[in-house]
Design a protein around this ligand. Structure first.
Ligand SMILES: [Zn+2]
Length: 339
């Protein structure tokens, strides 16, 4: 460590859980943040300030004004310019800590780029908003033995859980199947910025233990928070399921491109998002989307206009997104509004 580094990180080095050896390990470490929204921007800012030597940030979306109340690295100019989140975050991090290496990747994480983007990670932080991507991260992380930290936050309610392959239950041990139907999202149920920072802090604390060589100090537990009611609850994670398809039988279907819901260009300026069978209650979704734009459902489909986009969502979970030819944007809109 250089004298400048020793000074810069001195208050963190004084903390016995990290110390000089831990700080040196952090400076040599590489973390990947998947999703650069509310959780991910907090992860990235905290890890950069802590001196994690290499950060990869992955996001498929761009900054909008409605992001600014909770997405810690973005400014009004980023929203005005519709900056890609990964690029805006990387630029901001370079100003916060110019001594580390930050790579902003504007892309959808898929089976085909997972090895390139996640392969060098010592830990992966979940800043995503959908279970498809989480199962992909879980498959990749378990297959390579890379720890990752699951997190989610909607309205006032959040959850965090570390996954250490080989030691703790994986995501599929706890959630064998994705939640059925449309889920509440930050776009439909709102979200509090203090919830996001609380959940992201729990995730980063575990990530720092892993990166500074103290992975044994990470406890296998599930933390849930209701930040509005002030309740924090921790339970031991269940033991690993020997029959778990992922960490037990070591089957990794999400690493095969064909298994993941592809988004297909279906003509000029429109993309079809193929979800796996996922029946959706269109009337219920209509009532959730109505405050956000023009929403009209019949028994077969829901038509939703969120300028400049139009989404047509079918009862089986499929959707056609008009107004973009970019599958990543279409998937992001789907995750936002359908969940
Ligand atoms: Zn498992």
């Amino acid at each position: 460590m250089t004298p400048a580094e020793r000074l810069r990180y001195s208050r963190q080095i004084l903390f016995p859980g990290i110390g000089e050896r831990g700080q040196e390990a952090l400076l040599r470490s590489h973390a990947v943040v998947v999703g650069c929204g509310a959780l991910g921007t907090f992860h990235a800012a905290a890890l950069a300030r802590a001196g994690v030597g290499a950060l990869t940030l992955i996001d498929r979306d761009y900054v909008e004004p409605s992001n600014l109340h909770r997405q810690w690295l973005f400014e009004e100019a980023d929203a005005a310019d519709a900056m890609p989140k990964a690029a805006a975050a990387a630029r901001r991090l370079a100003a916060i800590n110019s001594t580390i290496e930050v790579r902003g990747v504007v892309a959808d994480l898929t089976a085909s780029n997972a090895a390139e983007l996640l392969g060098a990670a010592a830990v992966i932080l979940d800043g995503t908003d959908n279970f498809d991507t989480r199962y992909l991260i879980n498959d990749f992380a378990v297959s390579r033995g890379i720890p990752w930290i699951y997190g989610g936050a909607v309205a006032s309610y959040g959850i965090a859980m570390p996954i250490i392959p080989g030691r703790t239950a994986c995501l599929r041990c706890v959630y064998p199947h994705p939640p059925a139907g449309a889920q509440p999202t930050c776009e439909t149920a709102g979200v509090l910025n203090v919830l996001v920072s609380a959940v992201a802090s729990l995730q980063v604390a575990d990530a720092l233990k892993i990166l500074c060589g103290c992975a044994d100090a990470v406890r296998a537990r599930i933390t849930t928070i209701d930040i509005w009611n002030g309740g924090i609850r921790q339970i031991d994670a269940p033991p690993r399921d020997p029959e778990c398809p992922t960490c037990g039988r070591r089957e990794f279907p999400y690493l095969e491109e064909s298994a993941r819901a592809p988004a297909i260009l279906c003509g000029r300026n429109a993309v079809q998002v193929h979800e796996r069978t996922r029946p959706i209650d269109l009337a219920e979704l209509e009532s959730r989307l109505a405050p956000l734009g023009q929403a009209r459902a019949n028994e077969f489909a829901l038509h939703f206009v969120a300028e400049p986009y139009e989404l047509t969502i079918f009862a089986d979970g499929r959707a056609i997104v008009k107004g973009t030819a970019d599958p990543a944007i279409a998937r992001a809109l789907y995750a936002k509004y359908v969940g």
